[in-house]
Design a protein around this ligand. Structure first.
Ligand code: GBH
Length: 491
């Protein structure tokens, strides 16, 4: 035969799990329905609506609170193996504490989960995707040293209630966005903007909270429930702009500040925060007149306690940028995480742009991220827990740029699998358009379009939904596949 025929077809393993992902505040709505408590996104969007680009909020969002059957129908249309979604802490525990459980909230999630199970769709559940009960924020939120206890209490309630059916748990979604954007900066609730210590204190208590929840699961639930528990960290690719030693070091520092600060304590052999970052922050802190490092070290006991507390590494991956030691720097507030590492970043102008300023189509970035993590944290099992592309609200249902993005990303993922990285699954972000945080409804990530002007929040598949469905069914990426209709069906 000819060469083309001899070339082996690249195929995802049969047991590879394909799914989509969402998050409670972004889709549910029902912000005060049936006893739900206020969370930090309710509070921020209601008291400071101007911080959201279109002054919108998640009060109703995609109204999944009333549309969960339609959501599961969409999962069946796509032929999903799994669905990743998050629980709203204050829907289950209105004040954050476990003394009062809101049974109506539990019933909502019971219904959602049961509907998935009925159709053989595996639920993958995130305990925390950014919607902290406001009462806990009033007490300092992630900066309170008692936070790890509060989180463990909440985790025990959800393992108890849903663990008979849920076998894949994710404690936190994206510590970087929680700590850096929410406490160190002001680009996510609760917009604390403590640039000097917010990120670092949050990192410490978040990681301890994760470890508490993991240990609670392993000690008291795993034997009977037989599931797994991990964490999801945002890992975009930060490679050096040139191959100079300075740029290599700058890229390493950037990776330490972006994700290793959360991953190292859990996944590394040595434990604790990354070495170079710790040294820099300690040195600068003393120079700046602080009595000790702004990055609070773990005790040796804490280090040991945290190490190995994850059955898998969930990777949210969207894009990549180049890092430079000298070029493309901007002035940063001092002290801050950015001035601590003091590096520049560069994105080639010819990379395809999405509707989000930060999101470009970066070649090989999944492969680069996964092989890097695989070499660093040996014997770790991975899931891609998010990956996706945004378009403007008025765009057509024919979304060829999103299709190109998904095909490119999935090819890069196959490269990583072929290189020996143990990746078990892939969740596309997102099943449907939703509330895109500070960007409100101005950026759309859905395989399904949602009509936010219609009271029913009607969902309509984009062309990318049909392409994703075909990839899931065939386990192969056919670069030429074209759906012949945009009318959906259930196989
Ligand atoms: C994920 O975060 C979230 O988990 C999900 O909820 C969200 O809807 C989805 O991605 C799409 O955004 O360069 O300063 O303008 C992705 C995290 C978002 C982190 C954008 C970096 C860049 C802000 N990334 N952010 S900036």
């Amino acid at each position: 035969g000819c060469n083309a025929q001899q070339k082996q077809e690249r195929r995802f393993p049969d047991d590879f799990i394909f799914g989509t992902a969402t998050a409670s505040y972004q889709i549910e709505g029902g912000w005060n329905a049936d006893g739900k408590g206020e969370n930090i996104w309710d509070h921020m969007t209601h008291t400071k609506p101007h911080v959201i680009k279109d002054s919108s909020n998640g009060d109703m969002a995609a109204d999944s609170y009333n549309n969960y059957e339609r959501d599961v129908e969409m999962m069946r249309e796509l032929g999903l193996d799994a669905y990743r979604f998050s629980l709203s802490w204050s829907r289950i525990l209105p004040n954050g504490f476990s003394n009062h459980v809101n049974e109506a909230g539990v019933t909502f999630y019971d219904n959602y989960i049961n509907e998935m199970i009925k159709y053989n769709i595996t639920p993958m559940v995130t305990l925390y995707h950014w919607d902290l009960p406001q009462k806990l924020q009033d007490l300092g939120g992630f900066l309170n040293p008692l936070f790890p206890e509060w989180f463990e209490d909440y985790a025990r309630v959800v393992f108890e209630k849903f663990g008979d059916r849920v076998k894949h748990w994710i404690t936190f979604n994206e510590p970087r966005e929680i700590c850096y954007e929410g406490y160190g900066w002001s680009t996510k609730a609760p917009i604390v903007n403590a640039t000097d210590i917010g990120t670092y204190y949050c990192a410490k208590y978040l990681v301890l909270a994760h470890a508490n929840a993991y240990k609670a699961y392993v000690n008291d639930f795993k034997a009977t429930q037989n599931g797994e528990c991990g964490i999801t960290i945002s890992v975009n690719w930060f490679g050096p702009l040139t191959d100079s030693a300075d740029d290599e070091y700058a890229a390493e520092l950037k990776r330490q500040a972006e994700w290793e600060i959360y991953a190292n304590p859990i996944f590394s052999e040595e434990g604790g925060f990354p070495k170079e970052l710790s040294e820099i922050v300690a040195k600068k802190s003393l120079e700046q007149g602080y009595k000790k490092s702004r990055l609070p070290e773990f005790t040796d006991e804490e280090k040991k306690y945290i190490q190995g507390t994850s059955d898998f590494f969930g990777v949210n991956h969207y894009t990549g940028v180049y890092v430079s030691a000298e070029e493309y720097k901007s002035n940063h507030i001092t002290p801050s995480l950015l001035s601590d590492i003091d590096v520049g970043t560069y994105t080639p102008p010819d990379w395809l742009a999405s509707a989000s300023s930060w999101l470009k189509l970066s070649p090989n970035s999944i492969y680069n991220s996964l092989t890097h993590l695989h070499n660093k944290y040996k014997n770790t099992k991975f899931y891609i827990t998010e990956n996706g592309w945004s378009s403007p609200p008025d765009s057509e249902l024919v979304d060829d740029d999103r299709i190109l993005y998904y095909r490119t990303a999935l090819n890069s993922l196959l490269d990583a699998i072929e290189a020996g990285v143990d990746v078990k699954g892939y969740m596309a972000w997102s099943l449907m358009d939703n509330f895109e945080w500070m960007e409100g409804y101005t950026e759309r990530f859905g395989l399904y379009h949602v009509n936010f002007d219609h009271p029913d929040r009607t969902r309509t598949p984009r062309k990318s939904a049909f392409v994703y469905k075909e990839i899931l069914k065939t386990r192969v990426i056919d670069p030429n596949y074209e759906p012949d209709t945009l009318t959906m069906w259930i196989d």
